[in-house]
Design a protein around this ligand. Structure first.
Ligand SMILES: [Cu+2]
Length: 117
């Protein structure tokens, strides 16, 4: 099984990397860092709004870095997948805490280059 890792909140309000190109079936392991982040599937049009039926880790508060706490998502499609952090204290998504899988762009604007989420 192919597996890859994304660090959540390791260096501020970030997913690292925030843009992944991986085949369907790959397990993406989101590794959580302080303080209290989440990873929630969204859409390009509404980057800070949960996608109906999409995945969500829920809020994951951790105290240490690395915490060893992970949320695993298995890529289930070939089309682009968008995600964000749902922490509203500090407006993480609006501050650019977003990411994408299999979105063929050169860099990921913040968040997704939309002025208003
Ligand atoms: Cu966050």
């Amino acid at each position: 099984m192919r597996q890859t890792t994304v660090d959540v909140g390791k260096n501020g309000l970030t997913f690292e990397p925030n843009l992944l190109i991986e085949p369907k079936g790959t397990v993406v392991s989101f590794q959580f860092n302080p303080k209290n982040h989440s990873v929630i599937q969204s859409s390009f049009d509404k980057p800070c709004v949960p996608l109906s039926g999409g995945f969500s880790s829920g809020s994951i508060p951790v105290a240490t870095s690395p915490s060893g706490v992970e949320f695993a998502y298995t890529i289930d499609r070939d089309t682009p997948i968008w995600f964000y952090c749902g922490q509203t204290t500090g407006n993480h998504c609006q501050s650019g805490m977003v990411g994408a899988i299999n979105a063929y762009v050169f860099s990921l604007p913040s968040p997704f280059n939309h002025p208003t989420p």
